[in-house]
Design a protein around this ligand. Structure first.
Ligand code: WQD
Length: 324
């Protein structure tokens, strides 16, 4: 079976490509390299440089493809507040162009990279798929808009979809095959890694006065390899089953302070952190229920404990051994 991964040069996308190849799939990648790294695309995949906004680029990349895993998107919640049009055009417009190209080519299986950002502020924990969806930033709104279009219009046109709502993706390939870390990261774990390897002098902890066990924010971190495995299970399920929407999280919550403590132990580095004010829009705690993914896919996490997440990242971020 041949699968197209859009955004396959990206942080999560490059791990999905690896997992597909490791499991014997043929893989094409379409990426405009606006964020991803070409070096992170495994050479076993066929690479197409191009944009999901261009039907001609889509047509080339869709040749011989049986299913699409769509990961090409902008994903910085903060940036989406500054520039919502950029997110609307690329995330929503790009996805609709891609879906049109898929229908032109008679391709109906579609795995969509959605996000916990569709939930907005949690009204109860853990968050399950019945939780109200009230995004609090344009990024999350684009994800919800696409989910709605899949549900309400593309289903009638034959698209069978799996919308996968990621919680906080982290970690790197445990065999160290994805070598180029994200540039200018916005998320906690890569920022902690940059503070550990000296790329930045320190990091800010956005508030330590939350109603959590140590006052810092708690999130549900999930290893990218665990995420990738769920994508393959979703592609396979769509061969015979109807569309579905599921959370992908570890169901474990770790605080910023726990991340820092573990990172200092794993790396042996001081990792300077300054306590600052809360970041607007941050909920104190966000943890997934992934029971539906377990039931539908028989999926569970294997690499998403905090030590595995951080040690797999440190393999990529640690300075090269000084060779004298
Ligand atoms: C995690 C925790 C921060 C940076 C975002 C998107 C979401 C999804 C995942 C794509 C919070 C704290 C962070 C820092 C800090 N993206 N923090 N200092 O906000 O949970 O989710 O990424 O789907 O849509 O919103 O992730 O990594 O930014 O923050 O103290 O420099 O770390 O307050 O508690 P977040 P994050």
């Amino acid at each position: 079976m041949k699968v197209l991964v859009t955004g396959g040069a990206g942080y999560i996308g490059s791990h999905v490509v690896l997992e597909l190849l490791d499991q014997g799939f043929d893989v094409s990648v379409l990426d405009d390299l606006s964020m991803g790294a070409r070096e992170n695309v495994d050479e076993r995949a066929e690479f197409f440089l191009g944009s999901i906004l261009n039907p001609e680029d889509n047509a080339k990349a869709l040749e011989g493809v049986d299913a699409v895993i769509h990961m090409a998107a902008f994903k910085a919640a903060g940036e989406s507040v500054e520039n919502p049009e950029k997110y609307e055009k690329n995330n929503v417009g790009g996805t609709l162009t891609l879906l049109g190209s898929m229908l032109d080519h008679g391709i109906h299986r579609f795995v969509f990279s959605s996000s916990a950002a569709v939930y907005g502020d949690p009204q109860y924990l853990p968050v399950d798929e019945k939780h109200p969806v009230v995004p609090i930033n344009p990024y999350g709104q684009t994800k919800l808009d696409i989910e709605g279009k899949l549900e309400n219009s593309y289903s009638d046109r034959g698209i069978r979809f799996a919308s996968l709502r990621y919680f906080n993706a982290a970690g790197y390939d445990i065999l160290g095959r994805v070598r180029i870390p994200e540039a200018a990261p916005n998320n906690l774990l890569p920022i902690v890694m940059e503070a550990a390897n000296g790329t930045r002098a320190s990091l800010d902890v956005f508030g330590n006065d939350y109603e959590t066990r140590d006052g810092t924010g708690v999130r549900d971190y999930i290893h990218v390899t665990d995420l990738a495995k769920a994508h393959i299970l979703a592609v396979e399920r769509l061969e015979k089953s109807s569309s579905f929407t599921i959370n992908l999280g570890s169901e474990k919550g770790y605080s910023v302070q726990e991340v820092l403590d573990t990172a200092r132990t794993v790396t042996g580095m001081p990792i300077l952190a300054n306590i600052t004010g809360r970041r607007p829009g941050d909920p104190p705690k966000l943890v997934a229920s992934s029971q539906k993914a377990k039931e539908l896919l028989g999926w569970s996490t294997k690499h998403s404990d905090l030590e595995s997440l951080i040690s797999s990242m440190w393999e990529i971020y640690k300075p090269a051994e000084a060779t004298f």
